[in-house]
Design a protein around this ligand. Structure first.
Ligand SMILES: Nc1ncnc2c1ncn2[C@@H]1O[C@H](COP(=O)(O)OP(=O)(O)OP(=O)(O)O)[C@@H](O)[C@H]1O
Ligand SMILES: [Mg+2]
Length: 332
């Protein structure tokens, strides 16, 4: 039988939880950041398994099943859209701050295809345009895909002055390589002086006239799909904790399927998501409805998937949904 707990005093992601009843998943446990209890938070926070921080087991009590189902004060769609839009505005603001030199380092994490790269790239482009007008030059580059340690060292050197910003986009392999990780730690450090060193002798560096140590004064943005706190290896997690504590960390996680669908609606509303396809409102809605109906079957629910389906919708007006079912869905 389902057990319930009444949490007298606790918190979940900086939100207070006081005298609220939840279905219990797991009793009190001690984690690295203190005590917590695991409950089903879908009614209240839209997420079915959450850890509510509590100081001790006395902060909650087991209670009888509530007579009426717990009705969540459901956030309506508009409120969710506003919340998501706000999070991406923060991404824009923080990127601008890195470009201005006010913030030196930031990590942006979130699931695939939701607009992380797009958001940052747009700000870099705007800054470049602005530079041309204002005469101030910000050098910036987005490094996409894997990077070797030496390649990373060279890139950091190239963009080491205080008018430079370097973005490592989808370079997650860096996080699994000790040498890369140490370079990244150095570059993302919030201390005033960030000295970066190459410890081995390198013909390639000498050949290119790159010193084996230098002070890094540029801005760095690291974009990743990984959730730092869910990495399995303890060693990697320790490294990532060290990185996370050194710089700004912006989590763009869209926690639920509903969040993801509403992110797509939010961008569709701007008119930019389907701008290349000349769709009327009904056709746009059809795509989003198709995704909503098949959300659990689609390989991914993302802006990228919406664009893929839009391409099919455009090329095959009569059988796009059959094609999307074949090409965009999981095989089981
Ligand atoms: N605000 C937006 N307006 C229009 N299109 C967008 C917007 N944001 C993202 N897109 C489009 O959605 C797709 C996915 O976006 P993007 O590549 O930025 O995702 P991502 O979060 O970086 O994904 P990944 O983690 O896989 O790299 C791209 O084709 C992009 O052009
Ligand atoms: Mg990306």
């Amino acid at each position: 039988m389902q057990a319930f707990v009444k949490i007298k005093s606790g918190s979940y992601r900086n939100q207070e939880v006081r005298d609220e009843v939840f279905p219990l998943i797991k009793q009190f446990q001690l984690g690295s950041k203190g005590g917590y209890i695991t409950v089903d938070g879908s009614g209240r926070f839209g997420k079915d398994k959450i850890r509510v921080t509590v100081a001790s087991p006395t902060d909650y009590e087991l209670v009888e099943a509530p007579e009426a189902p717990i009705v969540a004060p459901q956030e309506d769609d508009e409120a969710v859209i506003a919340r998501i839009a706000e999070r991406f505005e923060i991404l824009d603001d923080m990127t601008k701050a890195v470009l201005n030199g006010d913030i030196r380092a930031m990590i942006v994490a979130g699931p695939p295809g939701i607009g992380k790269s797009y958001g940052i790239e747009s700000q870099l482009e705007k800054a470049n345009l602005f530079d041309q007008i204002s005469g101030r030059r910000v050098k910036s580059e987005m490094i996409k895909g894997t990077a070797t340690a030496l390649g990373m060292y060279k890139a950091l050197y190239k963009y080491s002055d205080d008018n430079s910003v370097i973005v490592f986009d989808d370079c997650d392999s860096i996080l699994l390589d000790d040498v890369c990780l140490n370079l990244l730690k150095g570059a993302l450090d919030s201390s005033k002086k960030r000295r970066i060193s190459w410890l081995a002798d390198s013909y390639s560096l000498r050949n290119e006239g790159i010193p084996d140590q230098f002070d890094f004064k540029g801005g760095v943005i690291f974009i990743t799909n990984l959730k730092f706190d869910q990495m399995k290896s303890q060693k990697t997690r320790d490294h990532l904790d060290a990185i996370q504590s050194r710089c700004h960390y912006l989590d763009l996680t869209l926690d639920t399927m509903r969040d993801k669908i509403l992110r797509i609606k939010q961008i569709a509303r701007t008119g930019m998501l389907f701008e290349d396809y000349d769709f009327d409102q009904i056709q746009q809605d059809e795509i989003i409805d198709f995704m909503t109906e098949n959300q659990n079957k689609l390989r991914e629910v993302s802006l990228r998937m919406a664009i893929k389906i839009a391409q099919l919708r455009k090329s095959f007006p009569f059988k796009w949904s059959a094609l999307a079912s074949t090409t965009c869905m999981k095989s089981i």
